[in-house]
Design a protein around this ligand. Structure first.
Ligand SMILES: [Zn+2]
Length: 365
Protein backbone atom coordinates (compact mmCIF):
# COMPACT_ATOMS: atom_id res chain seq x y z
CA UNK A 1 0.00 0.00 0.00
CA UNK A 2 1.33 3.38 -1.02
CA UNK A 3 -0.41 6.36 0.58
CA UNK A 4 0.00 8.32 -2.66
CA UNK A 5 -2.03 5.76 -4.66
CA UNK A 6 -4.59 4.49 -2.19
CA UNK A 7 -8.00 6.14 -1.62
CA UNK A 8 -7.51 6.52 2.15
CA UNK A 9 -8.35 10.17 2.86
CA UNK A 10 -11.93 10.70 4.12
CA UNK A 11 -13.56 13.76 2.57
CA UNK A 12 -16.95 15.41 2.37
CA UNK A 13 -18.50 16.16 -1.00
CA UNK A 14 -20.40 19.34 -1.75
CA UNK A 15 -23.68 17.39 -1.42
CA UNK A 16 -22.73 16.23 2.09
CA UNK A 17 -21.78 12.66 1.16
CA UNK A 18 -18.63 11.07 2.54
CA UNK A 19 -15.99 9.65 0.22
CA UNK A 20 -12.41 8.38 0.37
CA UNK A 21 -9.83 9.78 -2.05
CA UNK A 22 -6.17 9.54 -3.03
CA UNK A 23 -3.98 12.62 -2.55
CA UNK A 24 -3.97 13.32 -6.30
CA UNK A 25 -7.75 13.78 -6.23
CA UNK A 26 -7.68 16.74 -3.86
CA UNK A 27 -7.99 19.30 -6.63
CA UNK A 28 -11.42 18.01 -7.70
CA UNK A 29 -13.85 20.83 -6.87
CA UNK A 30 -16.55 18.46 -5.53
CA UNK A 31 -14.51 17.81 -2.37
CA UNK A 32 -15.04 20.60 0.11
CA UNK A 33 -13.63 19.37 3.45
CA UNK A 34 -12.01 16.51 5.31
CA UNK A 35 -14.42 14.14 7.02
CA UNK A 36 -12.60 11.76 9.36
CA UNK A 37 -14.13 9.84 12.26
CA UNK A 38 -12.31 11.97 14.85
CA UNK A 39 -11.67 15.76 14.98
CA UNK A 40 -7.96 15.23 15.73
CA UNK A 41 -7.69 13.15 12.54
CA UNK A 42 -9.12 16.03 10.47
CA UNK A 43 -6.59 18.34 12.12
CA UNK A 44 -3.64 16.22 11.08
CA UNK A 45 -4.94 15.09 7.68
CA UNK A 46 -5.01 18.74 6.61
CA UNK A 47 -1.39 19.00 7.81
CA UNK A 48 -0.55 15.85 5.82
CA UNK A 49 -1.96 17.42 2.63
CA UNK A 50 -0.33 20.81 3.24
CA UNK A 51 2.98 19.05 4.04
CA UNK A 52 2.79 16.90 0.92
CA UNK A 53 2.00 19.83 -1.39
CA UNK A 54 4.54 22.16 0.23
CA UNK A 55 7.24 19.50 0.04
CA UNK A 56 6.67 18.83 -3.67
CA UNK A 57 5.28 21.95 -5.36
CA UNK A 58 7.56 23.85 -7.74
CA UNK A 59 5.46 27.02 -7.19
CA UNK A 60 7.82 29.90 -6.63
CA UNK A 61 6.10 33.15 -7.52
CA UNK A 62 3.04 35.15 -6.60
CA UNK A 63 1.75 34.72 -10.17
CA UNK A 64 1.99 30.92 -9.97
CA UNK A 65 0.37 30.91 -6.53
CA UNK A 66 -2.61 32.85 -7.88
CA UNK A 67 -2.81 30.80 -11.05
CA UNK A 68 -2.95 27.48 -9.18
CA UNK A 69 -5.34 28.95 -6.64
CA UNK A 70 -7.84 29.65 -9.41
CA UNK A 71 -7.00 26.75 -11.74
CA UNK A 72 -5.74 23.87 -9.60
CA UNK A 73 -3.12 21.50 -11.03
CA UNK A 74 -4.55 18.39 -12.73
CA UNK A 75 -4.24 14.90 -11.26
CA UNK A 76 -1.44 14.20 -13.79
CA UNK A 77 0.40 17.33 -12.70
CA UNK A 78 0.14 16.32 -9.03
CA UNK A 79 1.38 12.83 -9.88
CA UNK A 80 4.51 14.44 -11.35
CA UNK A 81 4.98 16.58 -8.25
CA UNK A 82 4.73 13.52 -5.98
CA UNK A 83 6.95 11.23 -8.09
CA UNK A 84 10.21 12.11 -6.33
CA UNK A 85 8.82 11.28 -2.85
CA UNK A 86 6.86 8.11 -3.69
CA UNK A 87 9.22 5.77 -1.90
CA UNK A 88 8.58 7.50 1.44
CA UNK A 89 4.84 6.77 1.39
CA UNK A 90 4.87 2.98 1.36
CA UNK A 91 2.83 2.04 4.44
CA UNK A 92 3.09 -1.73 4.83
CA UNK A 93 6.17 -2.94 2.88
CA UNK A 94 9.00 -5.14 4.10
CA UNK A 95 11.50 -2.26 4.29
CA UNK A 96 10.97 1.45 4.91
CA UNK A 97 7.43 2.35 5.91
CA UNK A 98 5.69 5.71 6.32
CA UNK A 99 6.27 7.11 9.85
CA UNK A 100 7.62 3.77 11.13
CA UNK A 101 11.07 2.93 12.43
CA UNK A 102 13.33 1.50 9.75
CA UNK A 103 15.11 -0.98 12.01
CA UNK A 104 12.31 -2.25 14.25
CA UNK A 105 10.76 -5.59 13.30
CA UNK A 106 7.68 -7.39 14.58
CA UNK A 107 8.94 -10.90 13.81
CA UNK A 108 10.22 -12.78 16.84
CA UNK A 109 8.78 -10.26 19.30
CA UNK A 110 7.17 -11.82 22.39
CA UNK A 111 3.39 -11.58 22.59
CA UNK A 112 3.44 -9.42 25.76
CA UNK A 113 5.73 -6.86 24.17
CA UNK A 114 3.19 -5.75 21.59
CA UNK A 115 1.10 -2.65 22.23
CA UNK A 116 -2.63 -2.58 21.42
CA UNK A 117 -3.39 -0.39 18.40
CA UNK A 118 -5.46 1.94 20.60
CA UNK A 119 -2.13 3.16 22.03
CA UNK A 120 -1.69 5.22 18.85
CA UNK A 121 -4.68 7.37 19.76
CA UNK A 122 -3.70 10.55 21.57
CA UNK A 123 -6.46 10.27 24.18
CA UNK A 124 -6.01 6.54 24.82
CA UNK A 125 -5.65 5.67 28.50
CA UNK A 126 -1.98 5.02 29.34
CA UNK A 127 -0.55 1.93 30.97
CA UNK A 128 -0.78 3.35 34.52
CA UNK A 129 -4.34 4.56 34.00
CA UNK A 130 -5.37 1.03 33.03
CA UNK A 131 -3.51 -0.56 35.93
CA UNK A 132 -5.19 1.79 38.40
CA UNK A 133 -8.64 1.40 36.78
CA UNK A 134 -8.90 5.13 36.09
CA UNK A 135 -10.11 5.02 32.48
CA UNK A 136 -13.34 6.84 33.36
CA UNK A 137 -13.67 9.10 30.32
CA UNK A 138 -11.97 7.29 27.46
CA UNK A 139 -12.70 3.63 28.04
CA UNK A 140 -10.37 0.76 27.27
CA UNK A 141 -11.33 -1.82 24.66
CA UNK A 142 -13.40 0.54 22.51
CA UNK A 143 -10.77 0.51 19.76
CA UNK A 144 -9.29 -2.92 19.15
CA UNK A 145 -8.60 -2.86 15.41
CA UNK A 146 -8.13 -0.16 12.78
CA UNK A 147 -8.32 -0.20 8.98
CA UNK A 148 -5.20 0.99 7.17
CA UNK A 149 -6.70 4.42 6.54
CA UNK A 150 -7.38 5.02 10.24
CA UNK A 151 -4.10 3.37 11.31
CA UNK A 152 -2.08 5.63 8.99
CA UNK A 153 -3.95 8.69 10.24
CA UNK A 154 -3.58 7.68 13.90
CA UNK A 155 0.16 7.12 13.43
CA UNK A 156 0.66 10.45 11.68
CA UNK A 157 -1.46 12.21 14.35
CA UNK A 158 0.66 10.72 17.14
CA UNK A 159 3.99 11.56 15.48
CA UNK A 160 2.84 15.11 14.65
CA UNK A 161 1.48 15.99 18.10
CA UNK A 162 3.39 13.51 20.27
CA UNK A 163 2.80 14.23 23.95
CA UNK A 164 5.33 12.93 26.40
CA UNK A 165 4.98 9.15 26.38
CA UNK A 166 7.10 8.26 29.39
CA UNK A 167 10.85 8.03 29.66
CA UNK A 168 12.55 8.06 26.27
CA UNK A 169 9.29 8.34 24.31
CA UNK A 170 9.87 11.79 22.91
CA UNK A 171 7.60 14.72 22.12
CA UNK A 172 7.04 16.20 18.65
CA UNK A 173 9.15 18.81 16.83
CA UNK A 174 6.86 21.38 18.48
CA UNK A 175 6.79 19.68 21.89
CA UNK A 176 3.81 17.76 23.29
CA UNK A 177 0.37 18.79 22.00
CA UNK A 178 1.29 21.93 20.01
CA UNK A 179 -1.13 24.54 18.69
CA UNK A 180 -1.63 24.53 14.91
CA UNK A 181 -3.19 27.38 12.94
CA UNK A 182 -4.62 26.67 9.50
CA UNK A 183 -6.17 29.08 7.02
CA UNK A 184 -9.55 27.71 5.92
CA UNK A 185 -11.15 28.79 2.63
CA UNK A 186 -14.71 30.15 2.89
CA UNK A 187 -17.72 27.82 2.70
CA UNK A 188 -18.10 28.09 -1.05
CA UNK A 189 -14.54 26.96 -1.68
CA UNK A 190 -12.93 23.56 -2.11
CA UNK A 191 -10.58 21.43 -0.05
CA UNK A 192 -7.82 22.30 -2.53
CA UNK A 193 -8.24 26.01 -1.85
CA UNK A 194 -7.88 25.44 1.88
CA UNK A 195 -4.68 23.45 1.33
CA UNK A 196 -3.30 25.99 -1.14
CA UNK A 197 -3.95 29.00 1.13
CA UNK A 198 -1.34 27.54 3.49
CA UNK A 199 1.39 27.00 0.88
CA UNK A 200 4.42 29.27 0.66
CA UNK A 201 6.64 30.05 -2.33
CA UNK A 202 9.23 27.32 -2.70
CA UNK A 203 12.20 29.63 -2.14
CA UNK A 204 10.60 31.11 1.01
CA UNK A 205 9.91 27.63 2.30
CA UNK A 206 13.48 26.46 1.63
CA UNK A 207 14.87 29.52 3.40
CA UNK A 208 13.25 28.56 6.71
CA UNK A 209 15.06 26.39 9.21
CA UNK A 210 16.83 23.31 7.91
CA UNK A 211 19.49 22.73 5.28
CA UNK A 212 17.94 22.95 1.79
CA UNK A 213 21.05 21.43 0.21
CA UNK A 214 20.20 18.11 1.92
CA UNK A 215 17.84 17.14 -0.88
CA UNK A 216 18.07 13.33 -0.62
CA UNK A 217 14.84 11.69 0.52
CA UNK A 218 16.30 10.52 3.84
CA UNK A 219 16.70 14.13 5.09
CA UNK A 220 13.01 14.94 4.68
CA UNK A 221 11.52 11.54 5.52
CA UNK A 222 13.77 10.09 8.21
CA UNK A 223 12.10 6.66 8.17
CA UNK A 224 13.68 5.68 4.84
CA UNK A 225 16.97 4.93 6.65
CA UNK A 226 18.08 3.58 10.02
CA UNK A 227 17.88 6.35 12.61
CA UNK A 228 21.49 5.99 13.74
CA UNK A 229 22.57 7.24 10.30
CA UNK A 230 21.47 10.67 11.48
CA UNK A 231 21.30 10.71 15.27
CA UNK A 232 23.83 8.98 17.47
CA UNK A 233 22.81 7.00 20.57
CA UNK A 234 21.58 9.51 23.16
CA UNK A 235 22.07 12.39 20.70
CA UNK A 236 19.77 15.19 19.58
CA UNK A 237 18.38 16.21 16.21
CA UNK A 238 18.67 19.86 15.16
CA UNK A 239 17.25 21.58 12.05
CA UNK A 240 20.60 21.90 10.30
CA UNK A 241 20.90 18.09 10.08
CA UNK A 242 17.81 17.80 7.88
CA UNK A 243 15.91 19.37 4.98
CA UNK A 244 13.32 22.14 5.78
CA UNK A 245 10.53 19.78 4.63
CA UNK A 246 11.19 17.61 7.67
CA UNK A 247 9.24 20.10 9.80
CA UNK A 248 6.09 18.49 8.37
CA UNK A 249 7.28 14.91 8.77
CA UNK A 250 8.67 14.74 12.31
CA UNK A 251 8.97 11.25 13.80
CA UNK A 252 9.80 11.34 17.52
CA UNK A 253 8.46 7.85 18.25
CA UNK A 254 9.92 4.53 17.15
CA UNK A 255 6.95 2.45 16.08
CA UNK A 256 6.29 -0.43 13.66
CA UNK A 257 2.84 -1.82 12.95
CA UNK A 258 2.32 -5.58 12.81
CA UNK A 259 0.95 -6.38 9.35
CA UNK A 260 1.54 -10.11 9.90
CA UNK A 261 -1.21 -10.18 12.54
CA UNK A 262 -4.30 -8.76 10.83
CA UNK A 263 -7.93 -9.74 10.50
CA UNK A 264 -11.02 -8.89 8.44
CA UNK A 265 -13.96 -7.00 9.88
CA UNK A 266 -15.24 -3.51 10.61
CA UNK A 267 -12.82 -0.78 11.66
CA UNK A 268 -13.42 0.43 15.23
CA UNK A 269 -12.96 4.04 14.18
CA UNK A 270 -14.58 4.65 10.76
CA UNK A 271 -16.81 1.56 10.84
CA UNK A 272 -15.94 0.50 7.28
CA UNK A 273 -15.24 -3.11 6.41
CA UNK A 274 -11.62 -3.98 5.69
CA UNK A 275 -9.70 -7.18 4.99
CA UNK A 276 -6.69 -5.70 6.74
CA UNK A 277 -7.46 -4.56 10.27
CA UNK A 278 -4.34 -3.81 12.30
CA UNK A 279 -4.52 -4.51 16.01
CA UNK A 280 -1.00 -4.12 17.40
CA UNK A 281 2.41 -2.54 17.05
CA UNK A 282 5.87 -2.59 18.58
CA UNK A 283 7.66 0.45 19.94
CA UNK A 284 11.02 1.32 21.41
CA UNK A 285 12.29 4.29 23.43
CA UNK A 286 14.97 6.75 22.32
CA UNK A 287 13.72 7.90 18.95
CA UNK A 288 14.59 11.19 17.33
CA UNK A 289 15.06 13.85 20.02
CA UNK A 290 14.22 17.26 18.55
CA UNK A 291 16.19 20.09 20.10
CA UNK A 292 17.00 23.68 19.26
CA UNK A 293 15.61 26.23 16.88
CA UNK A 294 12.86 24.32 15.07
CA UNK A 295 10.28 26.55 13.43
CA UNK A 296 7.19 24.75 12.18
CA UNK A 297 5.35 26.63 9.41
CA UNK A 298 1.89 25.94 10.85
CA UNK A 299 2.40 27.04 14.46
CA UNK A 300 2.59 30.44 16.17
CA UNK A 301 5.69 31.07 18.31
CA UNK A 302 6.52 33.28 21.30
CA UNK A 303 9.78 34.68 22.58
CA UNK A 304 10.75 32.72 25.66
CA UNK A 305 13.97 34.66 26.22
CA UNK A 306 15.97 36.90 23.87
CA UNK A 307 16.84 34.83 20.81
CA UNK A 308 14.72 31.83 21.76
CA UNK A 309 11.34 31.34 20.09
CA UNK A 310 9.15 28.47 21.32
CA UNK A 311 5.93 27.09 19.82
CA UNK A 312 2.74 28.13 21.58
CA UNK A 313 0.79 25.43 23.34
CA UNK A 314 -2.87 25.72 24.35
CA UNK A 315 -3.29 26.83 27.96
CA UNK A 316 -5.40 25.05 30.55
CA UNK A 317 -8.78 26.74 30.47
CA UNK A 318 -8.99 26.87 26.68
CA UNK A 319 -8.73 29.62 24.12
CA UNK A 320 -10.50 32.91 24.73
CA UNK A 321 -11.06 35.85 22.41
CA UNK A 322 -8.10 37.66 23.96
CA UNK A 323 -5.80 34.88 22.73
CA UNK A 324 -7.16 34.77 19.20
CA UNK A 325 -5.53 37.84 17.71
CA UNK A 326 -2.11 37.23 19.19
CA UNK A 327 -2.09 33.55 18.32
CA UNK A 328 -3.40 33.94 14.80
CA UNK A 329 -1.83 37.18 13.60
CA UNK A 330 0.98 37.77 16.11
CA UNK A 331 1.60 40.78 18.33
CA UNK A 332 4.96 42.40 17.92
CA UNK A 333 5.13 44.15 21.29
CA UNK A 334 4.03 41.00 23.02
CA UNK A 335 6.81 38.95 21.37
CA UNK A 336 4.38 36.63 19.63
CA UNK A 337 4.67 35.63 16.00
CA UNK A 338 1.95 34.24 13.78
CA UNK A 339 2.66 30.94 12.04
CA UNK A 340 4.89 31.29 8.99
CA UNK A 341 2.12 30.17 6.66
CA UNK A 342 -0.27 32.88 7.86
CA UNK A 343 2.48 35.48 7.58
CA UNK A 344 3.21 34.30 4.04
CA UNK A 345 -0.46 34.39 3.06
CA UNK A 346 -0.84 37.93 4.28
CA UNK A 347 2.09 38.91 2.04
CA UNK A 348 1.30 37.08 -1.20
CA UNK A 349 -2.40 36.50 -0.85
CA UNK A 350 -3.50 40.07 -0.35
CA UNK A 351 -4.91 40.67 -3.81
CA UNK A 352 -6.58 37.28 -3.77
CA UNK A 353 -8.15 38.38 -0.50
CA UNK A 354 -9.75 41.35 -2.20
CA UNK A 355 -11.53 39.03 -4.61
CA UNK A 356 -12.70 36.27 -2.35
CA UNK A 357 -14.09 36.18 1.14
CA UNK A 358 -11.49 36.41 3.88
CA UNK A 359 -10.54 32.90 4.86
CA UNK A 360 -10.94 32.01 8.48
CA UNK A 361 -8.17 30.79 10.72
CA UNK A 362 -8.80 27.60 12.61
CA UNK A 363 -6.96 26.31 15.62
CA UNK A 364 -6.22 22.64 15.99
CA UNK A 365 -5.22 21.53 19.45
ZN1 LIG B 1 -11.06 2.95 9.66
Amino acid sequence: MNLLDEAWIPVRRENGEQDWITPIQITEPAFVALDACRPDFNGTLIQFLIGLIQTTTPMDSEAEWKQWSEEPPSADELKKWFESVREAFVFDGEGARFMQDFSLRTEGVKEKEFNPISGLLIDAPGENTLKENKDHFVKRDTVNALCCSCAATALFTLQTNAPSGGQGHNTSIRGGGPLTTILIAGDSHSLWQTVWLNIKRRSDFLATNGDASKSALEYSFLWVRAMNALQSEGGKLTPIQVHPAHNFWGMPRRIRLDFKHVSAGNCDCCGRHSDVLVDRYVTKAKGFDYKGGWSHPLSPYYENKPGEMLPLHPQPGGIGYKHWLAWSLGIHGNKKESSACIHSFLCIGRTALERQAMPSIRFWL
